[in-house]
Write a protein that binds this ligand. Structure first.
Ligand code: DGY
Length: 407
């Protein structure tokens, strides 16, 4: 309804810190990478200039190696851990030392379609290209796209990362104080043993001066991620489309997309009947079905066996795509990425359904997500079994996808 549209716009404005949008006050007080790209999409429905500014501010944190970090620490905030003094990026602005799913090209293309005469995309293009090249050179060397930290995937504590995390030693990280559990219900957040390991992986990167070759070769965590692979395939293709629109040469991003497609057999788990995360240190599959596998359609990947398995997973709950299989042993319906449904992931999956011509599935997923928001508010995530709102309230990307979807 138009009331909820107005509320969604108010949330984006209230979370605007001047050129960038925080995900939600308290819990996430800085600029997060993929949250910000979604914020731009939301802004583009009512303030197109502000949308471009959001993306430009995000790329103001780009490293000289092309990486766009997962957090930009524009202003100090003691309410968040781990802050700039822990990451020690040595950059201006200070940032984290890992990246996050590269949805910016996907959303920049949609924003440009609303505003085709605007030249701000042309200025962003070389920066997007440099970031995508960084993914090619530093995360796709094993074939499929890999993540070097669960936070890099954006799906922090999903069960897919359990085998990789089991091999991380979190016992020597020293004392630290979490801040997240002071902002929201701790039972909806990752556990202490997860945090110890998150910090240990961070410390390895920092202690090696964020040397990408060292982190990929010898870091404590390296897992192939179907979700990242699908998002990158789509983002590379959208970047190639952007290149065509601007009269640039699309061949580089096109070849990167083709290389990733060719690597997909490496993450096909025949026992699971789905694409699956894989520990690149040991070669073992996670044997876990999660919402990341549903992003196949976003990359234009179809396969009947996979589809039957995924639809059964979705049919097991009434509200949205669950972040882990409700019939799996790890399912925990309110704990962050171990079960809850995330409106932002549903929006990406629905984009894939739409482009595959699967209008019935798209309509169903939009309907279930809208029901959650209408009933529970613009929360970060929801219990897919009963619709209980979870995590942070007045959440930027939930508001943003509501607006992006409606228009
Ligand atoms: C957090 O702090 O929980 C974030 O997800 C890390 O990016």
């Amino acid at each position: 309804t138009s009331d909820l549209d107005a509320t969604a716009r108010d949330i984006l404005r209230a979370n605007d810190r001047g050129g960038y949008t925080i995900p939600t006050a308290g819990l996430y007080p800085y600029q997060w990478n993929w949250d910000s790209a979604f914020a731009a999409w939301g802004f583009s429905t009512f303030d197109i200039d502000r949308a471009w500014t959001e993306l430009e501010t995000l790329f103001s944190g780009q490293w000289s190696n092309g990486m766009v970090p997962h957090i930009l620490f524009h202003k100090p905030d003691p309410g968040y851990f781990p802050g700039p003094e822990v990451w020690q990026s040595g950059t201006t602005p200070p940032t984290s030392g890992i990246s996050q799913p590269p949805v910016a090209a996907i959303l920049a293309r949609l924003i440009h379609q609303r505003d085709p005469e605007n030249s701000r995309l042309a200025a962003l293009y070389p920066k997007l290209l440099a970031w995508h090249r960084w993914w090619r050179e530093h995360r796709c060397t094993h074939g499929p796209a890999a993540v070097t930290h669960p936070w890099e995937s954006g799906r922090d504590n999903c069960p897919e990362w359990d085998p990789g995390m089991a091999n991380v030693d979190g016992s020597n990280v020293g004392p630290y104080t979490r801040r997240d559990t002071g902002h929201v219900d701790p039972s909806m957040r990752p556990k202490k043993e997860d945090y110890d390991r998150y910090v240990a992986i961070l410390q390895f990167g920092r202690d090696h001066g964020w040397d990408q070759k060292e982190i990929v070769a010898n870091g404590p965590f390296l897992m192939a991620d179907p979700a990242m692979t699908f998002i990158l395939i789509r983002a590379h293709r959208d970047l190639a489309e952007i290149a065509r629109t601007l009269g640039e040469d699309p061949s580089e991003p096109e070849s990167w997309a083709r290389d990733l497609e060719a690597a997909l057999p490496e993450i096909w788990n025949a026992d699971l009947h789905c694409y699956d995360a894989r520990d690149l240190r040991t070669g073992t599959f996670a044997n876990t079905l999660g919402s990341g596998a549903f992003l196949a359609w976003l990359a234009g990947i179809e396969n009947g066996e996979m589809e039957r398995r995924l639809m059964a997973c979705w049919d097991a709950v009434p509200y949205g795509i669950p972040s882990s299989d409700p019939k799996g042993p790890a399912f925990d319906p309110r704990r962050y990425w171990r079960g809850p449904t995330w409106p932002v992931v549903n929006a990406l999956i629905a984009m894939g359904f739409r482009d595959a011509g699967r209008t019935a599935e798209e309509r169903r997923l939009r309907g279930e997500t809208a029901a959650l928001i209408t009933k529970g508010g613009f929360y970060e995530y929801f219990d897919p079994t009963d619709g209980t709102p979870c995590g942070g309230d007045t959440f930027t990307w939930t508001a943003a996808i509501w607006l992006g979807w409606a228009s």
